[in-house]
Design a protein around this ligand. Structure first.
Ligand SMILES: [Zn+2]
Length: 222
């Protein structure tokens, strides 16, 4: 048995930068989706809607992350993503039909409407939460080189008490669990954004349902 057999493969973690917070106009590929919910009667009343009457999830400004978040989830036997696309095409509201206070959501279309869609919306929220739990569940133990600060992460299931030379400076790094500096999710920043979107959407759908609001989706500027 060679010494190599005992070495746990470790990978330095990418820098934990914040998610892109660029304004929508700077996004390279496509305009992000924006969900919002408002009482159905307020959509037709004509009078301006105040901010307190609108519910909105805090989604990452990346269309790809929201598409991935909804992937694998369904609303009334239809893929949730197909439903989003239908809302923005076939079921798109005519221009300038949103009341005052909602101009920032033009153009938009109806994603789900109470009361007929309420049970399906709750199931969708449950699906999104389960997907987030499954994908966010895998965790890693984290160590830091005492000399240069390089971080090493090993999935919990693979962690062994071994000593490795730091890839950057050669200092011995003791991967004993007692010497770890922390634990973290193994998700990369994009997957983390996907999971954030799932949780935000699940909370948002539940809140909209509790209020009996109509759920709409928009692609401002799209
Ligand atoms: Zn080092």
């Amino acid at each position: 048995m060679t010494r190599d057999d005992d070495i746990v493969p470790v990978t330095p973690l990418p820098p934990r930068g914040l998610l892109p917070g660029r304004p929508a106009a700077d996004l390279p590929s496509s305009v992000p989706y924006r969900f919002f919910a408002v009482a159905g009667h307020r959509l037709v009343a004509g009078a301006a809607v105040s901010p307190e009457e609108v519910v909105e999830p805090d989604l990452p400004p990346m269309r790809e992350a929201v598409e991935r978040a909804l992937g694998g989830a369904e609303l009334r036997d239809e893929r949730a993503l197909d439903r989003v696309r239908a809302a923005l095409s076939a079921h798109r509201l005519p221009p300038s039909t949103l009341p005052g206070g909602l101009e920032r959501f033009e153009p938009s279309g109806v994603f789900a409407r109470p009361p007929q869609d309420l049970p399906a919306l709750l199931r969708l929220a449950d699906q999104l939460e389960s997907l987030a739990q499954v994908e966010g569940g895998e965790r890693a133990l984290v160590w830091k080189c005492s000399q240069c600060g390089t971080r090493y992460a090993v999935p919990v299931a693979l962690a062994r008490p071994v000593v490795i030379p730091c890839e950057r400076c050669g200092t011995a790094v003791d991967l004993h669990p007692d010497h770890r500096v922390g634990e973290e999710s193994l998700l990369d920043p994009f997957s983390g954004a996907v999971n954030t979107a799932r949780r935000e959407l699940a909370d948002f759908f539940r809140e909209a349902m509790a209020r009996g609001y109509t759920v709409l989706v928009s692609t401002p500027g799209g």
